[in-house]
Each structure stands twice: as structure tokens, then as C-alpha cells.
Design a protein around this ligand. Structure first.
Ligand code: AMP
Length: 283
């Protein structure tokens, strides 16, 4: 596996692959890989001749006071793990190569980025869509894979690709979980053992919500009340949001008719975790 650090070198390599008629898949990450990331890479392997993973902790998607500086990093380990699942190139640019002196251009997707994480993390999605747009211009993929763990991010990227006529196939992949249900996340390393136990309340509450819906509950407020109960019973837990939204438009859904996204963001101690589930009346 090759490691490329320079934007210009990555672009030249992508051009060469394209001239040879190779299909390129990109899996963007912030590194500190876990099985969730690796599953996306395996999926990429099945959809392309060349798999590129990017590893870039993107400064412009973190707000002031967030965890940019302390975000976990271990490039050596990431390279080893990615190699095992057949990644061809790890693209790991520096922040100054991505955002040189005088940088002032951003991509903004408006409506779908306003609620949920967009509300609690102003500027976050502008940072995400900008860096993903840049990565698309640098790696020139035919397809790119994103996890449903960051559901709103996936919706925003699909919107951007459509609105800006980017000729790239976007594939989503279901949330990969630990055996006990916790959604895998690089940020899980921040949790101590008690917090790790409490964090299970997120996936528990999502399962409980699906059960209520299966039993016939159609009122979002009623389901959310139960979800909040479960979350708030955990020590040192604070709900940032727990909301029901239409999975495509992300508009509020007061009734559960057809698939409805239940999206959660919860602080467990100082660590903000997200999780979600698409609830279905017929599931
Ligand atoms: P990150 O490194 O957290 O920016 O994530 C990189 C990509 O991996 C994003 O598309 C995430 O949605 C995806 N991802 C992260 N955690 C998971 C997970 N537990 N299951 C599926 N995809 C995930």
C-alpha cells in the first residue's frame, strides 16, 4: 500500500488511473480506524479497481472548544489495518496543503444541514462538504462510500453531489456496532468504563423505539418521551438532541408513517456521541 501526502501527487496518480480506465473508490476518514471504517473499505473493494482511503482530521469542521487537538491519531496503525483490507493508497495530506495561506472558498449545503448536528455544531457541515468536495477533486473517484452513522452528513453529501453535478456515485453503509450495540466511533476511546456502560443507552433507546413502533405507536412525541427517559436515566448523560425526521428531507416527522429517522446526539460526560436508526412501521 502506498502513502501519498501531497495533493499534487495524488491528483497525478488519479489522472494516471483514469487514463488506464481504472475505477476509483474513495473512503474519506479522520483516521483512528475501527471496524466501521474497515467495513466501508471492504465495500469499496467490491465496487472499484483502486481503493483510496483519506486520513485527514479536517480542522474546519471542528468548532471552537471541540476536540480537534485531542482527536485520536495513529497513522501507523491505520496504515497496517487498511493494508489488511486491501486499500491501495492512504492519502494523508497536511492541513497547509489542503488550506494554504489565503484560502477562502467553501461549499455550503443549506436546508438539510440546519437541524440536528447543524444546529448544535455551527459551521460543521460547511467544513465537511468543503473537505469532501476538495477530496473529490483531488482523488477523482468514480464512487465514494460513507457510513450511515453520520446520517445527516450522508444526506448533505448526496445533496451536494446532485446540486453540483458531481459525477460520483455515493454509497451509504449501515452502522457497524460493537457486540453489545454501541455504535463504533473513534471517539469511544474517550469513555471510561462507567461511561462506556452508560453509552449503551443510546442503542438501547433506539431498539426500544423500534419496538414501540412495531407495537403500533405512531406518535413521534410518545416514542421520543420513552427514548428521553432511557437516556436521562443514565448518570452524567445529557441529551443534545433526540428527534424524529424524514430520512431524505430531514424535515420534522410528527407521525411515524413510512420510514422515519430517529437521530440522537448525547453527551456522556464530556464526550458527544451520535447514533440513529430508521424506524419502520412494517419492520
Ligand atoms: P470518521 O473517521 O468518523 O469521519 O468516519 C469516516 C467514515 O466512516 C464516515 O463515512 C462515517 O460515517 C463512517 N463511520 C464511522 N463510524 C461508523 C460506524 N460505526 N459504522 C459505519 N460507518 C461508520
Amino acid at each position: 500500500m502506498r502513502i501519498i501526502e501531497k495533493v499534487s501527487e495524488m491528483q497525478q496518480q488519479a489522472d494516471a488511473w483514469r487514463r488506464e480506465g481504472k475505477r476509483i473508490a474513495l473512503v474519506p476518514t479522520m483516521g483512528y480506524l475501527h471496524r466501521g471504517h474497515l467495513t466501508l473499505m471492504q465495500k469499496a473493494r467490491n465496487h472499484a479497481d483502486i481503493v483510496v482511503m483519506s486520513v485527514f482530521v479536517n480542522p474546519i469542521q471542528f468548532g471552537p472548544g471541540e476536540d480537534f487537538e485531542r482527536y485520536p491519531r495513529d497513522m501507523e496503525r491505520d496504515v497496517r489495518l487498511a493494508k489488511e483490507v486491501g486499500v491501495d493508497v492512504a492519502f494523508s495530506p497536511s492541513a497547509t496543503d489542503m488550506y494554504p495561506e489565503g484560502y477562502q472558498t467553501h461549499i455550503e449545503v443549506t436546508e438539510v444541514t440546519r437541524p440536528l448536528c447543524g444546529k448544535s455544531r455551527p459551521g460543521h457541515f460547511q467544513g465537511v462538504t468543503t473537505v469532501v468536495g476538495k477530496l473529490f477533486h483531488i482523488v477523482k473517484p468514480h464512487t465514494a462510500i460513507f457510513g450511515e452513522k453520520d446520517f445527516q452528513q450522508l444526506v448533505a453529501i448526496r445533496r451536494m453531489v446532485k446540486d453540483l453535478n458531481m459525477d460520483i456515485e455515493i454509497l451509504g453503509h449501515p452502522i457497524v456496532r460493537e457486540e453489545d450495540g454501541l455504535a463504533m466511533s473513534s471517539r469511544n476511546v474517550y469513555l471510561n468504563s462507567e461511561q462506556r456502560k452508560n453509552a449503551l443507552r443510546l442503542s438501547q433507546s433506539l431498539r426500544e423505539a423500534q419496538t414501540l413502533v412495531r407495537q403500533g405507536e405512531r406518535n413521534s412525541a410518545a416514542v421520543l418521551a420513552r427514548v428521553r427517559n432511557i437516556l436521562e436515566a443514565g448518570k452524567d448523560m445529557r441529551i443534545d438532541y433526540a428527534e424524529m425526521r424524514h430520512p431524505e428531507t430531514l424535515q420534522e416527522a410528527s407521525q411515524i408513517e413510512g420510514p422515519v429517522l430517529l437521530a440522537l446526539a448525547v453527551f456522556v460526560g464530556a464526550t458527544r456521541l451520535i447514533d440513529n436508526r430508521v424506524l419502520n412501521a412494517s419492520a
